[in-house]
Design a protein around this ligand. Structure first.
Ligand SMILES: Nc1ncnc2c1ncn2[C@@H]1O[C@H](COP(=O)(O)OP(=O)(O)O)[C@@H](O)[C@H]1O
Ligand SMILES: C[C@@](O)(CCOP(=O)(O)O)CC(=O)O
Ligand SMILES: [Mg+2]
Length: 399
């Protein structure tokens, strides 16, 4: 019995454009997805219990489309269309899009990493991250899933003190395929941040393995408020809408993507420079405003996100930008100076209960795993409340 965890992320600059090879800047957040792997009551059955997406499901291993899996597909470079299709057919009766996507990613990785003769297991998730809100819950789920199945299948040996660079590469590669099942066309930035943690400048490469990752050794301690508009949306739809706009109006969309690239390049230069904290904060706020405007012109904002922007502006709290795929979900406000309880509460009161506000630390640890003691009972999972409860479950190993 063991548990794995992976963090969510915020994209500070460059979302959407990153899908088309423009660099982007992202950092992990201190909200996590946890996946518990415990023995199933029936040795022939795999059971999923994912309360955040309302998924409770069981499959006999013999029902799964093992014959569609090829050895080449196991090299995890891109989705194998045959397995993808077999799973679409198997999951056609699952009409809820969240449940369908989570089951699809699970079974795709399970078929490739485990075998028909593996023992029965039960997989239970718990997440402190909002799902479908722009904070990379799909990537933290995919990273946790990849880590859990790689450990279960022995492809990652039980690590004693830390995960190796090879372990990390395996987890990141397989989690990208999980993200591909959920998103269709992910850039890879979310899964890299959920895997390695910290903060990075990421640029998607044209070929597998050619993406560039430039970590930040020290990321500025930005005062950041996260606001969840609670307007549901799916990243796959928003990414596909931007793709359609790009193919219909390339002469308009390409210059917007180039402008986003210039915003990211300017922000990267500033973060790596030794300019004063004040100058940095002011410039990063200005760049957030420009980046948001460019995302609006790509059609991925939402009236609820504009409301957060307007209120934060009226209260002179800072500059707000959507983060992640937009269309609802979360906004980040880069605060003018430090986040004080007073400013946080002012924004919270003005926005009201329709919105959830969080403070988060940027740049924490990536994927982790811990063995559970033999006395651990699955009933305990639903009683775990905060990061400390999860941390105390065992000796966690990280990268
Ligand atoms: N805790 C979880 N358990 C199961 N599936 C999850 C979980 N968190 C996220 N997912 C999957 O990720 C999808 C949401 O991803 P997405 O639309 O990219 O939003 P975001 O990544 O911004 O939260 C859900 O449909 C579900 O398939
Ligand atoms: C829009 C995009 O840039 C980020 C999506 O993030 P999220 O799923 O909304 O957390 C897509 C991607 O990079 O894969
Ligand atoms: Mg996502």
């Amino acid at each position: 019995m063991f548990v794995v965890s992976a963090p969510g992320k915020v994209i500070l600059y460059g979302e959407h454009a990153v899908v088309y090879g423009v660099p982007a800047i992202a950092a992990s957040v201190s909200l996590h997805m946890y996946m518990f792997v415990v023995d199933s009551s029936d040795p022939d059955v795999i059971e999923l219990d994912f309360p955040e997406v309302g998924l409770v499901r069981k499959w006999r291993r013999s029902e799964l489309p093992w014959s569609s899996v090829s050895e080449a597909g196991k090299l995890h470079q891109k989705l194998d269309p045959e397995v993808h299709l077999a799973l679409k057919t198997l999951l056609a009766p699952v009409t809820d899009p969240f449940e369908n996507a989570a089951s699809h990613a699970f079974l795709y990785l399970y078929l490739h990493l485990c075998s028909e003769s593996s023992a029965g297991q039960r997989f239970v998730t718990r997440s402190t991250l909002p799902v479908g809100a722009g904070l990379g819950s799909s990537a933290s789920y995919s990273v946790g899933l990849a880590a859990a199945l790689l450990k279960l299948s022995g492809k990652i040996q039980d690590p004693s003190t830390s995960l190796s660079a090879e372990n990390l590469e395996l987890i990141n590669g397989w989690s990208f395929l999980g993200e591909s099942c959920i998103h269709g066309n992910p850039s890879g930035i979310d899964n890299i941040v959920a895997t390695r943690g910290g903060a990075v400048l990421y640029e998607r490469g044209a070929a597998h393995g050619s993406s560039k990752i430039e970590p930040y050794d020290s990321f500025p301690p930005l005062g950041l408020i996260l606001t969840n508009t609670k307007v549901p949306r799916q990243t796959s739809q928003l990414v596909s809408d931007v793709g359609t706009l790009k193919s219909q109006l390339p002469e308009i969309v390409e210059p917007i993507l180039n402008a986003i690239a210039a915003v990211v390049s300017r922000a990267d230069g500033l973060i790596r420079s030794n300019c004063s904290a004040e100058e940095l904060n002011e410039s990063l706020r200005e760049l957030a405003q420009i980046n948001h405007g460019l995302l609006v012109s790509l059609g991925v904002s939402h009236p609820s996100l504009e409301r957060v922007r307007q209120i934060a502006h009226e209260l002179e709290i800072g500059q707000t930008k959507l983060t992640g795929a937009g269309g609802g979900g979360c906004a980040i406000t880069i605060v003018d100076g430090e986040v004080s309880g007073k400013r946080f509460n002012m924004l919270k009161m003005a926005l009201g209960d329709e919105f959830d506000l969080f403070e988060t630390e940027l740049g924490g640890r990536g994927v982790g795993m811990a063995n559970l003691s033999s006395s651990f009972e699955t009933d305990q999972i639903s009683q775990l409340k905060d990061a400390r409860d999860f941390h105390e479950l065992g000796n966690w190993v990280y990268w």
